[in-house]
Each structure stands twice: as structure tokens, then as C-alpha cells.
Design a protein around this ligand. Structure first.
Ligand code: BDP
Length: 328
């Protein structure tokens, strides 16, 4: 046997062994999650993995790594695109950098309330977002809730856009959110979720913005005690699987996985409402100073340049913005 033939047959034997391994047992799918285990998103994902194991008779196994141990969200999106993370619940905030169409739902005040957001993502606009994401290697299977995001900070209550002037505010990684803060006269810093607590504590930023549940679960209320109810962003989250994984599934397994995803979203949306109330009660009892915004009009009109810049940079998405606004 010549050396080259010997190497070829060794390689063939190794390939056969790999195939046999793959046939014997599917590798456990790796799931990314930024939240602590008791968060509603985490409970939804736990139900998702339990249901696919059960419905497939243990053939499909999946494990969610909670608390962001697999890295921050922008990196995790890239890892899913490369196929090294199999499933995840992503907020569409950081998704906008990768899939421009998703920025339509990241526009400040685009939704009137949570129900409006549901009607949009559960309808044809949701389909368009799914198509755009699938083209980039991420297949959304169901939409989760993350409520409305409002400003909080360590300095003072925010009642008007002038109050944000000069403030250093943490945002999720997306140029659109930098523009949003600039339009209010503040200085935005995109910082990873895991680093927000320390950034607030050490004064790297004065404030941030998020929903009640994350404000509570990450302990931000301990270091930024003013919560002002601007509700400027209502961003959906998606339970996604990688295109690599999705394309490897049989029709039967696709059905198991998608119906488990839909069931998990139903559970998560139900838990969400309860969690929001519990978190709000908890942080208010801990002494957080909360203020409603009597008139959100000035915040909304301050966002016009953000919309103008977005449409100018993405003329192809103007119709999608209009489609969202047309859903009542
Ligand atoms: C939370 C989202 C999470 C984001 C986080 C953030 O659920 O996906 O990573 O906000 O602000 O509300 O980074």
C-alpha cells in the first residue's frame, strides 16, 4: 500500500466512524440564554427542551445554558449563524445590526402597547421578519415577550427629554439605540447586559433602560434607584434555531420542535405578566422612586430624526414601517 492510499483509507475509516456515531445518537443541542434560571424566558426554554425530549421519545435532546454563560448576545447571534449554538431566545434589539428588517420593531414608540406588538409579530409582518432572519442563518419559531423598556438612572427622575440631556445611558448593541439617546441629548454607550450592573455602580453610565423584570433580576434597581415610565421600546424576542440545525431535521422533527416552541411561548407570555407585577412590587418596596410620564408627546416627537435617518439609510424598509403602523 502506498503512503497516499493508506492515508486515504484511514480517512475513509474515520469518516465512517463519525457517520456511525451520528447515527447512534444525536448530539445534545446547545441553547443560549442571557437570563437567570427563574426568569420567564428561562422557564419557557426549559419547557421547550423538556417537550422536544418527551415528544421525540428521548431521541432529540437539548440543554439550555442560562445566565449568559455562553457569552453575550451579539456574539451568540454570530455563533448561531456559524452553527455552534443550536437554539436561543434573542431580543430583536441586538438583532438589528445583523438583520436590518428587525430594526423596524426596534424603532422607539412604533408600538402603542404590548397587544399591538403581538398583533404585528403574530401577523404578516412577523412572517417578513422571520424570512429576513432565516436568510441570515436564524430561524424564528415563536415570539416571546419582553414588555416595555423605560429609563432608569442613579441621578434623578426623568419627566421630559431635557432630563436626559448630558446623561450617560447604556443601550443594547445597536446604532439605532445610540441615535435614540443622541436625539434626547444624552450620551449612549452600548454595553453587554452582564456588565450593566457594574457600569451603573461605578458611574461608567448614569442610567440604562429596560423592563421591570430585568431591572429587578439583574439587581439594577440597587444601583439606579429612579425608574421613569417612558415605555419607549416594546421589543419582541424570538425563540430561534440555527438554519444548520433546522435543515438537518426531518419533517416530523420539525413539527415536534415548532409546536414545542409555540407552547413555550404561550407559557412565557403568561408568566411574563405575573413576573412584571411581582418585579414592580418588589423594587418599589425596596425604595425605588418611580414616576409616570404625564405626556409622552415630547419624547415621541424627539424621535422624528431617528425615524428619518433610519428610512434614509433603509429606503427598502419604509413599507414595513408603514405596515407596522397600519396594524391597529
Ligand atoms: C432584556 C432582554 C435581553 C437583553 C437585555 C439587555 O430580555 O435579551 O439582552 O434586556 O438590555 O430585557 O441587554
Amino acid at each position: 500500500m502506498t503512503r497516499s492510499i493508506r492515508i486515504k483509507s484511514l480517512a475513509a475509516a474515520a469518516a465512517t466512524a463519525t457517520l456511525m456515531l451520528a447515527g447512534a445518537a444525536q448530539a445534545e443541542w446547545r441553547g443560549w440564554n442571557i437570563h437567570v434560571p427563574e426568569y420567564s424566558v428561562s422557564l419557557g426554554m426549559d419547557q421547550f427542551t423538556a417537550e422536544i425530549a418527551e415528544k421525540s421519545g428521548g431521541r432529540l435532546t437539548a440543554k439550555t445554558y442560562h445566565s449568559g454563560v455562553l457569552g453575550n448576545q451579539p456574539d451568540a447571534i454570530e455563533q448561531m449563524r456559524l452553527g455552534s449554538i443550536d437554539f436561543a431566545v434573542f431580543n430583536l434589539g441586538p438583532m438589528g445590526q445583523v438583520v436590518p428588517a428587525t430594526n423596524v420593531v426596534n424603532l422607539p414608540f412604533i408600538f402603542n402597547d404590548l397587544d399591538h406588538m403581538h398583533r404585528v409579530v403574530d401577523g404578516p409582518v412577523g412572517e417578513q421578519l422571520s424570512d429576513a432572519m432565516s436568510e441570515k442563518g436564524l430561524v424564528p419559531l415563536a415570539w416571546y415577550d419582553s414588555g416595555a423598556r423605560s429609563f432608569y438612572n442613579s441621578k434623578k427622575p426623568i419627566a421630559t427629554p431635557e432630563d436626559v440631556k448630558g446623561m450617560k445611558v447604556r443601550v443594547m448593541n445597536n446604532d439605532l439605540f445610540v441615535d435614540m439617546i443622541s436625539a434626547l441629548g444624552g450620551n449612549a454607550s452600548p454595553i453587554a447586559f452582564a456588565e450593566v450592573y457594574t457600569s451603573l455602580k461605578t458611574g461608567v453610565v448614569d442610567g440604562a433602560e429596560n423592563n421591570w423584570a430585568s431591572y429587578d433580576s439583574e439587581g439594577h434597581y440597587e444601583v439606579a434607584g429612579y425608574y421613569s415610565d417612558t415605555g419607549h421600546l416594546i421589543i419582541p424576542e424570538c425563540l430561534c434555531v440555527s438554519t444548520t440545525l433546522w435543515n438537518s431535521l426531518s419533517a416530523e422533527d420539525k413539527e415536534i420542535v415548532s409546536s414545542a416552541a409555540r407552547d413555550s411561548a404561550e407559557l412565557q407570555r403568561e408568566l411574563w405578566g405575573k413576573r412584571i407585577d411581582a418585579s414592580r412590587d418588589k423594587v418599589l418596596a425596596a425604595g425605588v422612586k418611580y414616576n409616570e410620564i404625564a405626556d409622552k408627546g415630547p419624547f415621541q416627537s424627539a424621535m422624528q430624526p431617528v425615524y428619518d435617518k433610519f428610512i434614509a439609510a433603509n429606503p427598502d424598509l419604509e413599507d414595513l414601517v408603514k405596515a407596522v403602523q397600519a396594524v391597529d
